[in-house]
Design a binder for this molecule. Structure first.
Ligand code: AMP
Length: 396
C-alpha cells in the first residue's frame, strides 16, 4: 500500500482528491470544517517536502452544471484559515483556466480547483475528463474516503494515468488501517455493535461481520424485528415484518459460527414518538400495545457495558435509541461511556457509518474512541466486505 511517505514531493505538483463536501449556511459560510481539517496533514506533508498542492473536490449535487451556490470559491477562505497558507482558486477544474493556474503554481503553494461536479463527466467516470485532470499534477494522491466507493473520474479513473506515481493520503490510509484493524488484524475478543433504524439497511454488514466477530450487539430500532421474530410482543415499535425470517436465519448462522448475539432485554417505551411522551421501562418481550421501544433500558445498558469491557476490538455503527430526542438518548450515551472506558483500558474502538458518528460528536465521545471514520457510505461498503473502486485504483 503506497502512502505519502513513499514520495518526496520536492518540486512536484501533487494533484490531491480531497473531500471538501462541507455544509454551508445561507451566507455560504462553512458550518462544519471537519473534512477540511481531516485533509490538513496530507497537504502539509506535500508543502513541507517543497512541493505544491492542486486540490480537487466536489461540493453538493450541482447535477453536472455550473451553479454558483455550489462553487468551491465559498470555502477558499476557510481552507486558508485551517491550513495557514494562501489558497489560489481556479474557476474551472479543467481547460485553460485550470492549466494556467497550475502552470503558475509555485512550490509551497496551494491551488483549489472549482467543483468537479460542474462537469457531468465526473460522476460518469469519463476517461477523457479524467485524463484532463491527470495533466494537472505529477503525483496523484487520493485522500477522499467519503467518495472512495464511487468510480468517478477524480476518485478512480484518473489513477490509471499515474502508473506508479499515485498513493493514499494520510486520511485515507488511516481509514483503511482502522477498518483492517477491526475486520482482519483484530485483537480478540472482537465486538460489533449495530444499531439504527432498520435491519434491511444493515443486512449485508451483519452477514459479512459474522465471520469476523465474537460478540454482536443488535440494538436500536432493528432489534424489534429480531424480538418479534422470536415471539416477543413489541407493541408499536418499529419493525420490518418481511425481514423476520431473515432475522431468524441470522440468529441461526450466528450460533453456527459461535458468535454471541446480545439483544436488549429491556427498553424505554414511549406512548408517542415525541420527546415529551410518557415513558416507562418494559421487558423487551412485553411492550404493551400503544407503546413503542425508543431506547435501551437500564438492564440492557448494564449488560452491554459488561460485553464492551470484555472485548479488545470494538466496532460501533448505529445508535441504540432515538438519540436525536433528549429523552431517548440515555442508552446511546451509556454505550459511549462504556466504549470510552474500554478504550482507556486498551481496546481499539472504531465508530463509523452514518448516525453513530453524529451521536459520538454530539455527546462528546469523538476524542475518546480510537478512531471516528469520516465516510458514511464508504465505511458501510467496507463493512459489507466490498472492495472500494477508489482504493483498488491506487493498489493496481
Ligand atoms: P441508521 O441510519 O440506520 O444508523 O439509523 C439511525 C436512526 O435510527 C436514528 O435516526 C435513530 O433515531 C433511529 N432509531 C434508533 N433506535 C430507534 C428506535 N427504537 N425506534 C425508531 N428509530 C430508532
Amino acid at each position: 500500500m503506497k502512502t505519502l511517505n513513499d514520495f518526496n514531493f520536492e518540486n512536484k505538483k501533487a494533484i490531491i482528491r480531497v473531500d471538501f463536501n462541507v455544509p454551508l449556511n445561507d451566507k455560504f459560510e462553512v458550518t462544519d470544517a471537519t473534512r477540511i481539517e481531516a485533509a490538513k496533514s496530507t497537504i502539509i506533508k506535500v508543502l513541507e517536502d517543497g512541493g505544491s498542492c492542486v486540490l480537487m473536490s466536489h461540493l453538493g449535487r450541482p447535477k453536472g452544471g455550473v451553479n454558483d451556490a455550489f462553487s468551491l470559491k465559498h470555502i477558499v477562505a476557510k481552507v486558508k484559515e485551517i491550513i495557514g497558507v494562501n489558497v489560489k482558486f481556479a474557476e474551472d477544474c479543467i481547460g485553460t483556466k485550470a492549466e494556467e493556474a497550475v502552470a503558475n503554481l509555485e512550490d509551497g503553494e496551494i491551488l483549489l480547483l472549482e467543483n468537479l461536479r460542474f462537469h457531468a463527466e465526473e460522476e460518469k467516470g469519463d476517461v477523457a475528463f479524467a485524463e484532463k485532470l491527470s495533466k494537472l499534477g505529477d503525483i496523484y494522491v487520493n485522500d477522499a474516503f467519503g467518495t472512495a466507493h464511487r468510480a468517478h473520474a477524480s476518485t478512480t479513473i484518473i489513477a490509471q494515468f499515474f502508473e506508479d506515481n499515485k498513493c493514499f493520503g494520510n486520511l485515507l490510509a488511516r481509514e483503511i488501517e482502522s477498518i483492517d484493524k477491526v475486520l482482519n488484524n483484530s485483537e480478540r475478543p472482537v465486538l460489533a455493535i449495530l444499531g439504527g433504524a432498520k435491519v434491511s439497511s444493515k443486512i449485508t454488514v451483519i452477514e459479512n461481520i459474522l465471520d469476523k466477530v465474537d460478540h454482536l450487539i443488535i440494538g436500536g430500532g432493528m432489534s424489534f424485528t429480531f424480538v418479534k421474530a422470536q415471539g416477543g410482543k413489541i407493541g408499536n415499535s418499529i419493525c420490518e415484518d418481511d425481514k423476520m425470517e431473515l432475522a431468524l436465519e441470522i440468529l441461526k448462522q450466528a450460533k453456527a459460527k459461535n458468535v454471541q448475539i446480545h439483544i436488549p432485554v429491556d427498553v424505554v417505551a414511549a406512548d408517542d414518538f415525541s420527546n415529551d411522551a410518557n415513558t416507562k421501562i418494559c421487558d423487551i418481550n412485553e411492550i404493551p400495545d400503544g407503546w413503542e421501544g425508543v431506547d435501551a433500558g437500564p438492564k440492557s445498558r448494564e449488560i452491554f457495558d459488561g460485553v464492551v469491557n470484555q472485548c479488545k476490538t470494538i466496532l460501533w455503527n448505529g445508535p441504540l435509541g432515538v438519540f436525536e430526542m433528549e429523552s431517548f438518548a440515555a442508552g446511546t450515551i451509556a454505550l459511549g461511556h462504556s466504549i470510552d472506558k474500554a478504550t482507556k483500558n486498551g481496546a481499539f474502538s472504531l465508530v463509523g457509518g452514518g448516525d453513530s458518528v453524529a451521536a459520538v460528536k454530539q455527546f462528546g465521545f469523538a476524542d475518546k474512541v480510537s478512531y471516528v471514520s469520516t465516510g458514511g457510505g464508504a465505511m458501510l461498503e467496507m463493512l459489507e466486505g466490498k472492495n472500494l473502486p477508489g482504493i483498488e485504483a491506487i493498489l493496481k
